[in-house]
Ligand binder design. Sequence first.
Ligand code: PGA
Length: 255
Amino acid sequence: MNKKVRKAVIAGNWKMNKTPAEAKVLVEEMAPLVKGADCGVVVCVPYVDLCTVLDAVKGTNIEVGAENCHWEKSGAYTGEISADMLVSMGVQYVIIGHSERRTYFGDTDVTVQKRVRAALDAGLTVILCVGEYLEQREQGITDELVAMQTKIALGGVSKQELSKIIIAYEPVWAIGTGKTATAEQANEVCSVIRGVVAGLYDNAAADALTIQYGGSMNAKNAEELLDQPDVDGGLIGGASLKAADFSVIVKAASR
Ligand code: PGA
């Protein structure tokens, strides 16, 4: 992390876990543990938990995000939620392009770009996920792939709007598997992404961009990963469901 030039952000991604009642318990347990953190603390939660969690974080330093949003403002899209709907509730962040959305729900680089556009237009901060499958890493195409995902997703995003973007580098083979990328691997790809952003905009914009690592980051390995110069935080799945573990990661990012 280089906190002199950019903000560290630890974001939880709860995925399809926690009922509203369970969500309230978790956030209330978490709040005192992350109080006063010297980094952004965000929890991205299922749509049905948003109301409860937004209420529970009042007066704390925890901010709230959704896990996806649709690209249209409204209309005949049964089962979908628009960015404007999220903003109207008080939601500030949204995860876009998570590999589980890409793998199981047909999200493509093109729909990711449309969702990013809609989220920015609504005023949300986007946590944009990019990352390679194991076969792609083994083929040696990680850098090109992640560069392409980043370029397509940021198509049409202005330099000013970049301040509302966080990129999360999440190697798909490390998500929920317990197989973390080494700190060097994580840093290498985060640095490639920063280079791509410098090429699209300029060095100052790239230097100011928060780039997270995600994929089995936990209370034990967070410090080593966050010590890397180009890793500015984490997108945390499994470990964000335990208040104590999540708070250890937040503390590692607060140093
Ligand atoms: P994990 O998930 O921490 O459980 O690997 C990370 C993510 O999918 O964002």
